[in-house]
Design a protein around this ligand. Structure first.
Ligand SMILES: Cc1cc2nc3c(=O)[nH]c(=O)nc-3n(C[C@H](O)[C@H](O)[C@H](O)COP(=O)(O)OP(=O)(O)OC[C@H]3O[C@@H](n4cnc5c(N)ncnc54)[C@H](O)[C@@H]3O)c2cc1C
Length: 374
C-alpha cells in the first residue's frame, strides 16, 4: 500500500482523482459535505479531452454510453433556422470514442459513483473537515463526525467555493461574477437532431440546444445580467422566457415549452484561477477549487478530470511530495488558465464586442488546443 490520501469533495474532480489514485495503489478516502447528492438535472457539454481523460481512468466507455455523442456544432439563423455553418468535432481519445458528448449531470455522477463504490473507495457523506494541520510529515484532520485521521496528502476537490483553498490561501481568491448568467431547461429531443446547435441572435447572448439522451436535450441561454440579480425561484420560467422573447421566430418556438420554474437551472457566471502553486506543504487543490471557468467552452469538467489523471501520474513517481506536487501544477497551470481566460473572453466579447473580437476563430483554436497531449 502506498501513501494515504484524503480527498475533500465527492464531485467530478474528487471522484476522478480517487479512481486514478486507487489504480496506482494509494490508500484513498473521500469526504463529501452533502448527505444527499445535489446534482442539477440539466446537462453539461463535454469534448474529446474529457472523454480521453475518463478513458485513461477506465470509465470512458461508461460515460459515452450514459450520454449522447453528437456530431459537432451547427450555427443556425434564429428566425428561419437555416444553417449558417458547422464544426464537426475531432476525437483525441481514439477512433472508438466520440469528439463531443452531451451528458446529463446525474448520468455522469452515476458513472463515477458506481466506479468509486465498485472499487470500494471509502466515501463518507454528510462529513467534512473541522481542522486540518500539516506538520510537514503528515496532515492531521479532525472531521465533523467526531473522527480524525493522519494523511500523507490532502486534496481539496471541494469546488469553486473551496474551504480547503481558504485554509491554504485565505479568502483573497474567490470566484468573480463576469456579468452574464446561464439559463438551462431540459426539453424533448427531436428525433433527427444529432448536433448541438447555436442560434445567432444579437451578440449580447447565446441561445442553443445540446442533445443529452435519445429522448432529451437541453436549451441554454447565456445572457447579460448586470448587477448579478437574485431571482425568486417561482419566477425562473418567466425570466428565462423573457430572455428568449424577441430574439427570432425559431428560438421563440422553444419558449412555449419552458413552463415549470422548478425545472429551470439559473447560474450567474463566475471565474477564478488562483496563481501557481496550487499547493502548500502536503495539501493541494484541483478542479474548480484551483481554476473555475465560465461554461462558454464546456471545459470545466474536462479540466477537473485532466487534473485527476495528471495528479495520479505525478504522485505515482518516486520523489519528495513537494516535487511531485510542483510537477503536477507545472503540467496543469498554463492549460487550465488558457481555458478559463478564453472562456471569459468569449463572454466578454458577447457583452462588449470589440472590432478584433473573433469568437469563431478562438473556438476553433481551443478545439485544436484541447486535443494536445496533457
Ligand atoms: C452554470 C454552469 C455550467 C457549466 N457547464 C459546464 C459544461 O457544459 N461543461 C463542463 O465541462 N463544465 C461545465 N461547468 C463546470 C463544471 O461543472 C465544473 O468545472 C466541475 O463540476 C468541476 O468539478 P469539481 O469536482 O472541481 O467541483 P464540483 O463538481 O463542484 O464538486 C465539488 C464537490 O465538493 C463538495 N464540497 C464542497 N465543499 C465541501 C467541503 N467543505 N467538504 C466536503 N465536500 C465539499 C461539493 O458538494 C461537491 O460534491 C459548468 C459550471 C457552471 C456553474
Amino acid at each position: 500500500m502506498k501513501e494515504k490520501v484524503l480527498i475533500v469533495g465527492g464531485g467530478i474532480g474528487g471522484f476522478s482523482t480517487a479512481i486514478g489514485l486507487i489504480k496506482s495503489g494509494f490508500d484513498v478516502e473521500i469526504v463529501e459535505i452533502h448527505k444527499e447528492w445535489k446534482i442539477y438535472h440539466v446537462g453539461i457539454i463535454v469534448q474529446s479531452n474529457f472523454v480521453r481523460a475518463l478513458a485513461q481512468l477506465g470509465v470512458g466507455k461508461e460515460a459515452v454510453e450514459a450520454g449522447f455523442a453528437y456530431r459537432g456544432w451547427r450555427w443556425r439563423n434564429n428566425d428561419d433556422g437555416s444553417e449558417l455553418g458547422r464544426s464537426e468535432g475531432v476525437s483525441s481519445a481514439g477512433p472508438e470514442y466520440p469528439a463531443d458528448l452531451g451528458l446529463a449531470r446525474p448520468a455522469l455522477h452515476r458513472v463515477l459513483y458506481k466506479r468509486v463504490t465498485d472499487l470500494q473507495i471509502p466515501l463518507r457523506q454528510g462529513v467534512t473537515f473541522k481542522t486540518i494541520t500539516d506538520d510537514g510529515d503528515k496532515v492531521h484532520v479532525d472531521f465533523t463526525d467526531g473522527t480524525s485521521g493522519a494523511y500523507d496528502l490532502v486534496i481539496g476537490a471541494d469546488g469553486a467555493y473551496s474551504k480547503v483553498r481558504e485554509l491554504l490561501f485565505g479568502s483573497q481568491w474567490r470566484p468573480q461574477f463576469t456579468g452574464q448568467g446561464v439559463w438551462r431547461y431540459n426539453l424533448p429531443r427531436p428525433k433527427d437532431l444529432e448536433w448541438a446547435e447555436a442560434y445567432i441572435t444579437d451578440r449580447s447572448r447565446s441561445i442553443g440546444t445540446v442533445p443529452l439522451t435519445n429522448e432529451t436535450m437541453y436549451i441554454f441561454v447565456t445572457s447579460p445580467e448586470p448587477g448579478n440579480p437574485f431571482f425568486e425561484p417561482s419566477t425562473l420560467a418567466d425570466e428565462m422566457r423573457d430572455r428568449i422573447r424577441g430574439r427570432g421566430a425559431k428560438v421563440e418556438e422553444f419558449m412555449e415549452q419552458i413552463t415549470d420554474p422548478s425545472l429551470v437551472v439559473y447560474r450567474p457566471l463566475e471565474t477564478c484561477v488562483i496563481p501557481a502553486p496550487w499547493h502548500k506543504g502536503r495539501i493541494v487543490l484541483i478542479g474548480d477549487a484551483a481554476h473555475s471557468s465560465t461554461p462558454h467552452l464546456g471545459q470545466g469538467a474536462a479540466m477537473a478530470v485532466e487534473d485527476a489523471v495528471v495528479l495520479a501520474e505525478e504522485l505515482d513517481k518516486d520523489a519528495p511530495m513537494d516535487d511531485r506536487l510542483n510537477a503536477f501544477v507545472t503540467r496543469r497551470f498554463d492549460r487550465a488558465k488558457f481555458i478559463a481566460d478564453s472562456s471569459a473572453l468569449l463572454g466578454e466579447w458577447q457583452m462588449n464586442p470589440t472590432p478584433d473580437a473573433d469568437p469563431m476563430g478562438l473556438y476553433e483554436r481551443v478545439r485544436v488546443f484541447i486535443g494536445e497531449p496533457i
